[in-house]
Design a binder for this molecule. Sequence first.
Ligand code: SAM
Length: 288
Amino acid sequence: MLSYRHSFHAGNHTDVLKHTVFVALLRYLAKKDKPFMCIDTHAGPVVHDLEGIYARKNKEFETGISRLWAKLVLPPLLDDYRDQVRALNPNREKLRHYPGSPQLALQLLRRKDALRLIELHSTESANLEKHFRDGDKRVQVTAGDGFERVLKMLPPPQRRALVLIDPSYEVKDDYAHVPATVRDALKLFATGTYMVWHPLVQRRDCARLPDALKRQCELAPTGKVDWLHVTLNVKRPAEDGFGLHGSGLFIVNPPWTLPEQLRETMPWLVDALGQDDSANFSLDFKIA
Ligand code: SAM
């Protein structure tokens, strides 16, 4: 049974990195007039109440979005991301609501674009279905396994797509499911942009994941595809080996503009979200 609820972690440092890049990728796709589809394989809630019982428990947002909230100057990607969060908080002085990836996508999709939300947890999927009950024609909610269901949605009719693969890694098999899903997705739709989130934890399967993903990009049946890997490490790994000390994003078919945008953004994130003097970032990519 799944027990992970993303609301406990809403707006934390991993959400800041993930959602900043998610917004940048949605913006890039929306630059062209042609419609696109966004598929969120592990959707989670639409909006989080930071004063609700889950988010209030550990207040993870205090070492995440809160640290950017009142900054006077931010680089463009972070500024754009914060504006998306501000759109949900009409009283800008106070940060109360935090957007999940479905909400960010809704804010940036145009009328002609499409959003597919997949969620396995029965409470979360029921909440999504309830939220969209009155019908936003762009959105379809699917209750089920994101790794399986996404493959049935590819290739999308628009022939342009951003697929967010954002598992909780609560189930150990997620580490194997992620590269297998990217492999199968590339067979069906080689030109899609795939964004995979992963934690930085002291586990062998976590350390191996980026190489497993790079291998899928090298072996894609239509020829090698571009990739980018960025990590944000906010603190020294714990001596007992437990806990999360940062996160990473692996992006297949990234926009060519992304490395430069991240070179500008990541030092700011290290500075704002770093919790000790071992905070750092890495950026690695292969873009032909
Ligand atoms: N994408 C969300 C965001 O950025 O706001 C956060 C998603 S959270 C990290 C992961 C979600 O995946 C949880 O809501 C969990 O219930 C759900 N989940 C876990 N295993 C799943 C699976 N195999 N397929 C689809 N959803 C799954």
